[in-house]
Design a protein around this ligand. Sequence first.
Ligand code: DC
Length: 225
Amino acid sequence: MKRTFNVAIDGPAGSGKSTVAKRLAADLGFCYVDTGAIYRTVAYFLDLLGISPKDVDGVARYIDELTVELAYDSEGAQHMLMNGMDVTADIRTPEISRLASQVSAHKAVRDMLLEMQRAVAREQDCVMDGRDIGTVVLPNAQVKIFLTASPEVRARRRTQELAAKGESVCYEQILQDIHRRDEQDTHRAIAPLKQAKDAIRIDTSEMEIEQVIVAVKEKIEEKRK
Ligand code: DC
């Protein structure tokens, strides 16, 4: 079987991962996999059941009742199916961001999702973004990128993004949430957010998204030659 070409993009919330990954996937004709959405779906499910993310036994027990699937619409956009139900529109709230960060620290949750993510990458060329893609999920990815930016820049981007969607937002609150999530995502015991040794680090604080895309594309083209 021919080996697929995989691009791993990791980084903290608001570093530009999903915008860059989505564009790269579209331009290269690759599949885009947003793994944060998978963790958000788990968090949403447990929240519906009233399971606290601090309840280790409860999380481990009820996770078995959940089937998470990825689906793609005709425009190539990823949809999340929770036991067959499309919850894509429900998982992008600040509350689910907080819960996903907590729930993703559980071993039971990470174990359940690991093989699913690897299977997608085995079956098709893809750009996958998340926190542990280059380090744990796809350690053999042909290209690994670690995107970062200062917390202030990331909070400003998130504020603008939410405001553009018509949501009322408070920059200070978003900045605080970003600090809290960074802390949780980088300090958890299993698969914490960290740069893989062979990843290319790009600080996007002072860059336009187009510049980032061009820089990453160059790295991909070098590897594909
Ligand atoms: O990328 P995002 O903001 O949608 O991710 C939501 C949370 O999910 C994030 O705070 C940590 C967790 N996550 C993870 O632990 N591992 C991944 N590969 C992707 C996300």
